[in-house]
Design a protein around this ligand. Structure first.
Ligand SMILES: Cc1cc2nc3c(=O)[nH]c(=O)nc-3n(C[C@H](O)[C@H](O)[C@H](O)COP(=O)(O)OP(=O)(O)OC[C@H]3O[C@@H](n4cnc5c(N)ncnc54)[C@H](O)[C@@H]3O)c2cc1C
Length: 492
């Protein structure tokens, strides 16, 4: 067992993009002495779910020039890419695995350039419990190792998709069902000519289709979701021509001047979903009249999305999730142009069919086939789809009571963390400190990234995570009395 001489200042649990970006910011900002521990159950830091793919076909859905690890240097990733491939353009959508390599390189560089006495240690292990005592937190790993820290950040990221709550007829325990397309070897067992049903029509489904294609799959593909909507595409000229949407600019200005308290009548800040939709539609008309794309309006919303979300009360947030989420997702999270071309080709060939429908039940007909009972959107009649395999592409499950993460489950059970009201993640304060069952922030346990979805809504893409990582790093350093030094510009 490891013998720990003194507590780590910060222990980060989870070495995906969020945990790695936080560690990078801490290393660049901390004053010595300062010790950081980064614990990752998968062994390899800097990758996590999104960037551990080995497929060259899984592309970033954000152009290279916007993926830098630092908000003040969004082109940092692009410059890093150009060291090896000088002709990379800012608008290119490069393989996601390159981003994992980049984060690893930036972490290494940050370790090497940190002041003497500012150190990072990485540990391979799964943390299963966290106990607060006397101003410290003790983490315990599955192997029984105890780790003591002054503050802990849970960067646990994306959970596996949850099973649909329908009659499964034994499917969920059979080899015909693939609960997560991201698990290693997840698509093994699907034959080249098998018919496959993909539940979900978003970017997770797109990933699964690309993986199947790469494996030489030739069979029919059905993709199904309640609305049957496919993500829109990025144009190839994604970085050219910016259009600053005037209405959204007004909202931004009003938020800056009046913060979250500005009354709706006095300022153009919608506090209802219907009003928000009206502003958006109006802005899209204005943009199109000015010869710009609707995409520029959606992109202009990015800096105001969090404050707008926070002005909606929980009833309005629910309304958004029920009626608008599917439309928001396909407009906001778009496909790289090459990926969109590939999907279009499959649809034209008739190999990929989209369905707007709900699954009612699954039934294993024999060892070879799955009968899926579905009800199409707007119809009462039910019908059957016959497939060989079902792949769950509904995306990461947010409800911590459903996704079976041992550490989160335990924290929630002990009342030291609580799910947010919408079941999208955990309740946190403005800095990312976990709120306990009574709504109090103990101030030693924090989170960032996908688990803050309930509070922030947009919290999963790198541009949002890097801003959170920096803000949380500053907050922790201030709290722990290790000052904040202005970040150095990177050499990269
Ligand atoms: C498929 C996919 C593609 C995406 N593409 C893009 C993109 O192109 N551009 C963009 O900006 N954003 C993209 N995103 C969004 C965003 O970048 C990711 O969600 C981001 O990777 C989140 O990182 P994370 O570290 O919070 O979570 P994760 O990547 O899920 O990492 C969490 C890590 O924590 C570890 N962990 C969990 N529990 C424990 C424990 N108890 N003990 C120790 N370790 C633990 C896990 O093993 C994992 O490595 C994508 C997301 C997905 C899912």
């Amino acid at each position: 067992m490891r013998v720990q001489s003194s507590p780590w200042d910060v222990a980060v649990v989870g070495g995906g993009a969020s945990g790695t970006l936080l560690a990078i910011h801490l290393l660049r900002q901390a004053r010595a002495p300062f010790r950081i521990l980064l614990v990752e159950r998968g062994g390899q830091v800097g990758q996590g779910l999104a960037y551990s793919t080995r497929s060259q076909r899984h592309l970033l859905n954000v152009p290279a020039a916007r993926m830098g690890a630092f908000a003040e240097e969004p082109e940092h990733f692009l410059r890093w890419l150009r060291q090896e491939t000088p002709d990379t353009e800012g608008g290119d959508f490069v393989p996601r695995l390159r981003y994992g390599q980049y984060l690893d390189a930036v972490l290494e560089e940050s370790i090497a350039r940190a002041p003497q006495g500012v150190q990072l240690e990485t540990l391979s292990g799964e943390v299963t419990s966290a106990r607060e005592h006397g101003g410290l937190v003790t983490l315990t790993t599955r192997g029984g190792v105890e780790l003591v820290a002054r503050a802990v950040v849970l960067a646990l990221g994306n959970a596996n998709p949850a099973d649909l709550r329908v009659e499964d007829g034994g499917l969920y325990t059979s080899p015909r069902y693939h609960r997560s397309p991201w698990a290693p070897g997840a698509l093994d067992g699907i034959g080249a000519d098998d018919t496959v049903l993909l539940i979900g029509t978003g970017l997770t489904m797109v990933d699964a289709v690309l993986s199947l294609e790469e494996r030489g799959h030739r069979g029919a593909l059905h993709a199904l979701s309640r609305h049957g909507l496919l993500p829109h595409r990025h144009p190839r000229t994604v970085l050219q021509g910016t259009y600053a949407s005037p209405g959204i600019r007004d909202v931004l200005r009003a938020l800056r001047d009046h913060g979250l308290r500005a009354p709706e009548q006095a300022h153009p800040i919608p506090v209802r979903v219907r009003a928000l939709l009206r502003v958006l539609r109006h802005e899209v008309r204005r943009a199109t009249d000015a010869g710009a794309s609707w995409r520029s309006v959606v992109d202009a919303l990015r800096p105001v999305t969090v404050p707008l979300w926070q002005r909606l009360d929980s009833g309005e947030r629910r309304r958004f999730l029920r009626h608008l989420r599917a439309y928001w997702d396909v407009h906001r999270h778009r496909m790289a142009p090459d990926v969109a071309d590939g999907l279009e080709r499959l649809r034209t060939q008739g190999r990929l069919r989209l369905h707007a429908a709900r699954v009612r039940s699954f039934h294993l007909d024999d060892a070879d086939a799955v009968r899926v009972r579905v009800r199409r959107r707007g119809e009462r009649r039910e019908e059957d789809l016959q497939v060989h395999h079902v792949v769950n592409c509904t995306g990461p499950e947010g409800d911590v009571t459903r996704h079976g993460h041992p550490l989160l489950h335990r924290l929630a059970e002990e009342g030291r963390a609580r799910p947010d009201a919408l079941g999208l993640g955990l309740d946190t304060d403005g800095h990312g400190a976990l709120l306990d069952a009574r709504g109090h922030a103990g101030g030693r346990l924090f989170t960032l990234g996908p688990l803050r979805r309930g509070e922030l809504w947009e919290t999963t893409a790198v541009p949002e995570i890097r801003a959170q990582a920096r803000a949380l790093s500053e907050h922790l350093l201030k709290r722990l009395g290790r000052g904040f030094v202005a970040p150095r510009r990177s050499a990269g």
